[in-house]
Structure formats: structure tokens, C-alpha cells
Design a protein around this ligand. Structure first.
Ligand code: PMP
Length: 427
């Protein structure tokens, strides 16, 4: 059956597919971090739904929340009417927001993907400021729709001024570390303040606190604070894209919390839907200039996704899983660095919490990305988990437009639970 499914889908699906092309797996069951193929083999799932599975696959609290809605007879689609499920989701989500935003924010359901919420955020700050331009960063990834692509790395758009994202050894100034970050901040100030730059005051600045698809690049906290100061002083709304960094993955519930920065707008998706599609924009209430119907869409706030999301957010909060991700992440990074020291094909290892990237390089040539061909090996149930498995069970960069080269990102869940012992048996 597996061969037939693979053959038919390969003939039917677009060449734009990513993982499915190279991975000869037909997943039929999953629990925790383990998926089982139609051929009965089990694999550690380092893709983790591209970061949507904060609790891993089919966590009991998520399944129970979904079942509860299904069994209640509640309507599954009501556009954006208020429902008890939505009430529970927004209450839970607002309880997790960084203070400073939590007390005075609005939520707009977009959907269903992260890129939709990015579009909404760009549109919102343009409407609120009456301005058009945008500040975005090299290496950024915000989605695949037209507006999101404009602010993603590498794109050329007259409305977008691109600024250097602080990096270590790939620092555009050849400096790295705090000095590179400082130069990035000064570059930004000059661009905004020097009349000769020709850049009009923009409608907003959009950034990822840790660039994901760009190569798992954590922004230094001091740099983020500078960006906050620079934008606040000039009345420029700051949009934090936490689509990938949210819900505990980086070791704080929201990655901006590491720096204490309170953005004006937060773009959230992936894990907030507890593995189902859900995307929202949270923003300061005084930016809420939209008239009724100014931002609409058929699939706003799916009831099942809100139920799964509320259960996930509550579970992460109640069980302090962000702190757990910080502890496990530090341990994992240190072990991966030991591996890097012993294996010249591993370049830099970096990340924050359990959002970790491992550069695969040409042996002995740090910084020269190695072209990846994804390969997978099944795991035996009960086999001790080792960092090495990341290198065999993952795949290369996830999305087009990434500058990561041979970057292997770990999309593992924040529980750190691989959970094969809970795997339902075949059949
Ligand atoms: N922003 C960031 C930071 C992302 O990582 C992604 C997806 N990788 C998106 C936006 C787009 O989300 P989606 O793929 O759900 O449209």
C-alpha cells in the first residue's frame, strides 16, 4: 500500500512540495515525537509539523479538547461569531501575553496560516499609520503570500527597506557578536534619520526574535531592545513575528520575553492551534483603526483549532514547559557542540531553548554549507534518544527563499518527549 500511495501522490502533486519528495514515508499513526509509516516502521519526527506540535503528535489533552467540541454538537464553522470555545481560547491566549501588551490588546483572527496573519499585520500598521513603507531584515521569512514575501529575505520591493539582521560569523559587517548588532542598530537609525537615505518614515518594522527559516539565528536581546527604542522614538509600530518562536519553544512562552521587549503587534500561528490551522494578530488597542469588515476571510478561527490551541497553551503554561525547553535546549546544544567538535561535517550549532539549528558543512570548511539529501532511518522502540538522530531523521531547509544552505533545524516539541512508548500498536 505504501508504494502505491507514494507513486500516486508523486504523480499527482506539484513539484513545489518539500519533504514528501525525498522522504519515502507514508505516516499513518503518530504519538509524541514518533510517527509510524504504513509499512509499520517508526521514525522520530524532527519536522514536528513545521513547529506546530508543541506537545508532539496526538497529545491526550489536545485530543480530548477536540473530541469535547465534536461531541457537544457545537457548530464547527461560524465565521467570527463569539462562541464559548473562542472565549476560552482568547482568555487562555491573553493570559500568556507579555505584560504591557496583555492589558491593552485586541485580537484579529486571520487564517488559517501564518502568512495570512503576516498579511493582516502589514495591512493593519499601514492603515493605522497612513504610511506605506516597511522595515524588514536580511534572512527573514514571513510566509509565501505576496505581502509576506515582500518582507522576507532576498525579496526586492520598493516599499521595503532591508536592514542587516545581526548574525555571528555571517555578520554583514564582518564583525559578529555585540559589535555587529550595534552596527545593525546604527545602520537602522541612519536610514531613518538621514534625509539623504530617501527612506520615508515607514508604517512598521517586522522582525523574528529568532530567525527560523533564515537559519535559526537568535537575535541578541540588547539588539532587540535597541530596535524597540528606535521604533518607539519614531512612532513606528514594531511587529514581532512569533509564528515559529512562540508557545515555549525558545525557553520563554514568547521569544520577545527574553529581552523584555513589548512589541506593538504580534503575529501568531503554528503551535497556537495545537496542531490545527489557526493564525491571529494581537495588537495594541489604539492601532485598532479597522472598520467592521475591513479585514475578513472565510476561515477565521476554526472552532476545533481554537479548542486544540487553548488546551495546548494551558498545558504549556501549567506544566512550565517553556522552562523545560530552556533546560533541555541548553543540554542539547551543549551535547551537539561536543558532537560538532568531534565531527568536521558539523559547523555551528546555535539556538535558543529547543529551537536549535545544526549547520552541516563541507568537512573541515566551517561556513561552507553542505547540500543535503534527506535520508531517514527507522528507530527501534525504546532506543535511547541521542542528538545524532537529528542528523539522520531530519531534512534540509524547509522553505524556499531560505539562506540557510545546509541547515538542519530541529522542530522538536517543547515537551522534549519522544513518546514511542505511548505509540498505539499497528492495526
Ligand atoms: N513567519 C514565520 C516566522 C515562519 O516561520 C513561517 C512559516 N515557517 C511563517 C511566518 C508562515 O507561516 P505559514 O507557513 O503557516 O504560512
Amino acid at each position: 500500500a505504501q508504494e502505491g500511495i507514494l507513486r500516486r501522490q508523486s504523480a499527482r502533486e506539484s513539484a513545489a512540495r518539500t519533504y514528501a519528495r525525498a522522504l519515502p514515508i507514508v505516516p499513518v499513526r503518530a504519538r509524541g515525537m514518533t510517527i509510524e509509516g504504513a509499512d509499520g516502521r517508526r521514525y522520530l519526527d524532527c519536522l514536528s509539523g513545521a513547529g506546530t506540535l508543541a506537545l508532539g503528535h496526538n497529545h491526550p489533552v489536545v485530543l480530548e479538547a477536540i473530541r469535547k467540541v465534536l461531541d457537544s454538537g457545537a457548530p464547527l464553522h461560524v465565521l467570527d461569531l463569539a462562541t464559548p470555545v473562542k472565549d476560552a481560547f482568547t482568555t487562555e491566549l491573553f493570559s500568556t501575553l507579555p505584560s504591557g501588551l496583555a492589558e491593552r490588546s485586541r485580537i484579529q483572527f486571520c487564517g488559517p496560516a501564518g502568512t495570512d496573519a503576516v498579511e493582516a499585520a502589514l495591512k493593519l500598521v499601514r492603515a493605522a499609520t497612513g504610511r506605506n513603507g516597511m522595515l524588514a531584515f536580511t534572512g527573514a521569512y514571513h510566509g509565501m503570500t505576496a505581502g509576506a514575501l515582500e518582507v522576507s529575505g532576498g525579496a526586492q520591493d520598493v516599499r521595503v527597506a532591508r536592514l542587516p539582521y545581526p548574525q555571528d560569523y555571517r555578520c554583514p559587517f564582518g564583525l559578529g557578536g555585540p559589535r555587529g548588532a550595534e552596527l545593525s542598530a546604527r545602520w537602522t537609525e541612519n536610514l531613518l534619520d538621514d534625509a539623504k537615505s530617501g527612506v520615508p518614515v515607514p508604517a512598521g518594522m517586522i522582525l523574528e526574535p529568532v530567525q527560523g527559516e533564515g537559519g535559526v539565528l537568535p537575535a541578541p536581546d540588547a539588539w532587540l531592545r535597541r530596535m524597540r527604542e528606535i521604533t518607539a522614538a519614531r512612532g513606528i509600530p514594531l511587529i514581532a513575528d512569533e509564528v515559529q518562536t512562540g508557545v515555549g519553544r525558545t525557553g520563554a512562552f514568547w521569544a520577545v520575553e527574553h529581552s523584555g521587549v513589548v512589541p506593538d503587534v504580534m503575529v501568531l500561528s503554528k503551535a497556537i492551534g495545537g496542531s490545527l490551522p489557526l493564525a491571529v494578530v494581537i495588537y495594541r488597542d489604539d492601532l485598532d483603526v479597522w472598520a467592521p469588515g475591513a479585514h475578513a476571510g472565510t476561515f477565521r478561527g476554526n472552532q476545533l483549532a481554537m479548542a486544540a490551541g487553548a488546551a495546548t497553551l494551558a498545558y504549556v503554561r501549567e506544566n512550565c514547559l517553556a522552562e523545560r525547553a530552556a533546560t533541555l535546549g541548553a543540554r542539547m546544544i551543549s551535547q551537539l557542540r561536543s558532537l560538532a567538535a568531534a565531527h568536521p561535517c558539523i559547523g555551528e550549532v546555535r539556538g535558543r531553548g529547543l529551537m536549535i539549528g545544526v549547520e552541516l558543512v563541507e568537512p573541515g570548511e566551517p561556513g561552507v554549507p553542505r547540500a543535503l539529501s534527506a535520508s531517514v532511518e527507522p528507530v527501534e522502540a525504546g532506543e535511547p534518544v541521542g542528538a545524532v538522530e537529528l542528523t539522520v531523521a531530519g531534512s534540509g531547509s524547509a522553505c524556499g527563499g531560505t539562506e540557510a544552505g545546509g541547515m538542519l533545524t530541529a522542530h522538536g516539541d517543547v515537551t522534549g518527549n519522544r513518546g514511542p512508548e505511548n505509540m498505539p500498536t499497528a492495526g
